[in-house]
Design a protein around this ligand. Structure first.
Ligand code: FES
Ligand code: FES
Length: 153
């Protein structure tokens, strides 16, 4: 049965097997390749999207559970927190290979939306499940602090 959901602010009807992971729908059906496939088993965070505002692993989220849901991917992430995160990421040159970074930005943006002035411990807790094989963790932490300052004005 087709599933109706909101994707990056637009209503979409998606007709596919309800057991299809959202990550496959995004990348293969809709061509939204900013969300990455890493492990496929909810262990790396590369596939993170926002599901009703909450960072969620799209590799372990199934189409059949998404009727009426609101999903935001890196392509549709347009909030003040996201702008501050992107600016800080650029200023501090955070990405190395870049593969994990859309997932990192999705997690960091959700953190700042909930906690405008996060501590190191807040950052470590929120970013814990987002693995970076290039080990950009120190720059990610600095960039989240910088983004918080930017948001504060
Ligand atoms: S691909 Fe989903 S958490 Fe790794
Ligand atoms: S920047 Fe290379 S995996 Fe994170």
């Amino acid at each position: 049965m087709p599933v109706t959901l909101t994707l990056n602010g637009e209503s979409r009807v998606i007709d596919a097997d309800p057991q299809t992971p959202l990550l496959w729908i995004l990348r293969d059906t809709l061509g939204l390749t900013g969300t990455k496939f890493g492990c496929g088993i909810a262990q790396c965070g590369a596939c993170t999207v926002h599901l009703d505002g909450v960072p969620t692993r799209s590799c372990q989220t199934y189409l059949g559970d998404l009727e009426g849901a609101s999903i935001t991917t890196i392509e549709g992430l347009e909030t003040p927190a996201a702008a501050a995160i992107r600016a800080a990421w650029t200023e501090l040159d955070v990405p190395q290979c870049g593969y994990c970074q859309s997932g990192q930005i999705m997690a960091a943006t959700a953190l700042l939306s909930e906690t405008p002035k996060p501590t190191d411990a807040d950052i470590d807790a929120a970013m814990d499940g987002n693995v970076c094989r290039c080990a950009t963790y120190a720059r990610i932490r600095s960039a989240i602090h910088l983004a918080a300052e930017k948001l504060e004005g």
